[in-house]
Design a protein around this ligand. Structure first.
Ligand code: PRX
Length: 655
């Protein structure tokens, strides 16, 4: 890691925006000046300009009970109305909202008028199923238009959605449904992935099955979209087919105004413990920053651009930059159901050519896997419509950045590397195309209106040329409002570390270069970043020890050329298990076990069966040393180990 960082900091290339780009850019240096002059007034102005408020707000920020912020508190709005109806009322009903592309090659073109109509019908159906303000609805769907319609219909009613990524297991889905106390689940029979139908409904059935522990089930109904045409089991009275009720529902539905702080969604993300955190976002502030960042970071011209963000709606990027930001701004976007390489490795580039995508937003892990395949694949397609490229989810190494610019962006498109988190709700750090001279590998500068710093353990600014911890020093509109059902964990996780200063602790290491540009250096806690997805070491460890063979487990994130980090597990097997079973194939069994328990993304790349784990005298596992082994490095300082010989034994076992 440290050689990688030194290498990064040798990077001196800079790419100022072209004159042509500057001339047409929606942003200008003046944005920074206005925000610096009066931050709150700046956000109020953005919010009024970008959103429709049914009842205008008079207060901007209420920070009287930190860390619980309220933005635009006395205002009222309807999030779905902002994403749909108002565009139709303004005469843009015929504009395409979604160019949807199914993995098998089927496609649908949905205008703002059509999407508005659909969402009104779904809202009526949901009301009929008893959903109202504040109720929780779990959404477990593939990337199909119904996923977006479901999110917006829930929002329209002032209810709260909890989207669960379709790749998560039944167990993960169940714990999320239970934690939020969801009343309804919206799912599909299945969706297409890697050329075949991957079933979803069975996982919902399993998640809702009686555990026999006497726990009260909160889910009353399951609304099922037909997509995969796979056989499903049916629970009469509970399950409802989407196609039976949505087309038959009335397309009339008046959007009611809800308070700015009405909860909009819960999204679960991994933390440092085994239990995922339900990050809570509310309406007015979230939508303001979603629309604002989407407009300025992507230089959006809604009447001419075709925008495509490849994220799944199961992640925060899919929430803010597939559903809410683009639709609030009236953008035309591409939505793709499947994997990048199905049925051929050029599928993404073919889609860009087909829809003449002009703004493209994806993750470094995808760029690195395309780099591996080689430039001949994208070069078969006409990518000349692209004028802006974005990156998100993990640091983008300069090599991948340059490849992205040269091969995908014809050596001329600006690249915005956007740093943010599930918790921040929207982009916090990024170049502004048309203003910033971009630097390969650096996320660069806080957006106008956002205050970021890099500090030491005591909360003191490190200054340019030094590294430390990334903090947000002032509240921002799309900040998380809490962890569902756990205000104490919210305080502890993000605010306790720099309580005296009142800073938000992001959990990321960062460095400021001599120009004051930010370089993200990865997590400083036990959270891993695999292909831009956050995973907790503790969560995977507890899954491993839940297997009958495992006595103890330790998990680390080891650097990986393609996925950024990879999950590597060290497992001690129970003597009693070994007495009765063959050890052959056990590592593979454990890999698959984690995949079944949590989801395929959590499956370890390597499982090493070892005799011992390195522990300090107080019994704490020294993951740093295991990371050295996993990354094939000389093992670091072992003097604080209870038994200093243990690392040579482990290294030998791993070899
Ligand atoms: O470590 C940072 C990394 O991803 C974490 C947030 O993960 P998640 O909540 O899943 O959201 C991902 C999409 C916004 C951060 O704490 N991260 C995200 N974007 C970047 C990044 N690291 C470096 N550069 C980025 N652009």
């Amino acid at each position: 890691m440290s050689s990688q960082i030194d290498h990064l900091l040798d990077e001196t290339r800079k790419f100022p925006p072209s004159e042509e780009f500057v001339a047409q850019s929606v942003s200008s240096p003046e944005l920074y000046e206005r925000a610096a002059a009066d931050r709150e007034a700046f956000w109020a102005e953005q919010s009024r300009e970008l959103l429709h408020w049914h009842k205008p707000f008079t207060q901007v920020l209420d920070w009287s009970t930190p860390p619980f912020a309220k933005w635009f508190d006395d205002g009222e709005l309807n999030v779905a109305y902002n994403c749909l109806d108002r565009h139709v009322e303004e005469g843009n009903g015929d504009r395409v909202a979604l160019h949807w592309e199914g993995e098998p090659g089927d496609s649908r073109r949905i205008t703002y008028a059509e999407l508005t109509d659909e969402v009104k019908r779904v809202a009526n159906v949901l009301e009929g199923l008893g959903i109202g303000q504040g109720d929780r609805v779990a959404i477990y769907l593939p990337m199909i238009p119904e996923a977006i319609a479901s999110m917006l219909a829930v929002a329209r009613l002032g209810a709260i959605h909890s989207v669960v990524f379709g790749g998560f297991s039944a167990d993960s889905l169940r714990s999320r449904i239970d934690d939020a106390g969801a009343k309804l689940v919206i799912t599909a029979d299945g969706g297409y992935r890697k050329g075949r139908v991957s079933a979803l409904k069975p996982a919902v059935d399993q998640a809702l099955a009686d555990r026999g522990d006497g726990e009260q089930q909160t889910v009353e109904h399951v609304l099922v979209v037909k997509r995969g045409e796979n056989e499903v089991e049916w629970t009469e009275g509970r399950d409802v087919w989407w196609h039976d009720v949505v087309p038959a529902a009335s397309p009339d539905h008046t959007a009611q105004a809800f308070p700015a702080e009405n909860p909009l969604f819960i999204l679960y993300t991994s933390g440092t413990t085994g239990k995922p955190k339900g990050i809570l976002h509310t309406s007015g502030g979230y939508l303001t920053q979603a629309a604002y960042s989407h407009k300025y970071v992507f230089d959006l011209k809604p009447d001419t651009d075709v925008y495509w963000c490849t994220a799944d709606i199961g992640w925060i990027t899919g929430h803010t930059y597939v559903t809410y930001g683009p639709l609030a701004n009236g953008a035309t976007q591409v939505l793709y159901e499947g994997t990048p390489d199905t049925p051929h490795p050029g599928r993404w580039w073919e889609i860009i050519e087909k829809y003449e995508v002009s703004i493209f937003y994806t993750a470094p892990t995808a760029i690195r896997s395309f780099m591996k395949i080689g430039r001949s694949v994208p070069q078969k397609f006409d990518l000349s419509s692209l004028r802006l490229l974005g990156s998100v989810g993990e640091p983008i190494n300069p090599e991948a950045w340059m490849w992205y610019r040269e091969v995908i962006g014809a050596g001329k498109t600006p690249i915005v590397d956007t740093w943010w988190q599930t918790e921040t709700g929207a982009i916090m750090v990024s170049a502004l195309p048309g203003v910033t001279a971009t630097k390969p590998g650096s996320a660069q500068v806080p957006l106008p209106g956002i205050s970021i710093d890099v500090v030491d353990e005591q909360g003191v600014e490190v200054g340019n040329g030094s590294g430390g911890l990334l903090v947000v020093t002032e509240p921002w509109p799309s900040m998380l409002r809490g962890i569902w059902g756990d205000p104490e964990r919210f305080r502890e996780t993000y605010w306790e570390k720099f309580e005296d200063q009142g800073y938000y602790f992001a959990g990321d290491g960062a460095r400021l270069d001599e120009d004051g540009d930010l370089w993200l250096l990865g997590r400083v806690d036990d959270v891993m970043n695999v292909s831009g997805h956050r995973l907790s070491t503790a969560e995977i460890e507890s899954s491993l020890v839940a297997h009958e063979a495992t006595a103890e487990a330790a998990v680390v994130g080891a650097s990986d050329e393609t996925t950024g980090q990879a999950v590597v597990a060290f497992v001690i097997i129970k003597e009693s298990y070994l007495a009765e079973h063959e050890p052959a194939g056990l590592a593979q069994q454990l890999r698959l076990w984690v995949g079944e328990q949590i989801g395929a993304i959590a499956r370890p790349r390597d499982v090493y069966i070892v005799g011992e784990l390195p522990k300090t005298r107080s019994g704490k596992i020294m993951r740093r040393l295991l990371r050295d082994v996993a990354e094939g490095r000389e093992v670091g300082d072992t003097t604080t180990l209870a038994d200093t010989a243990v690392m040579s034994i482990i290294s030998a076992q791993v070899k």
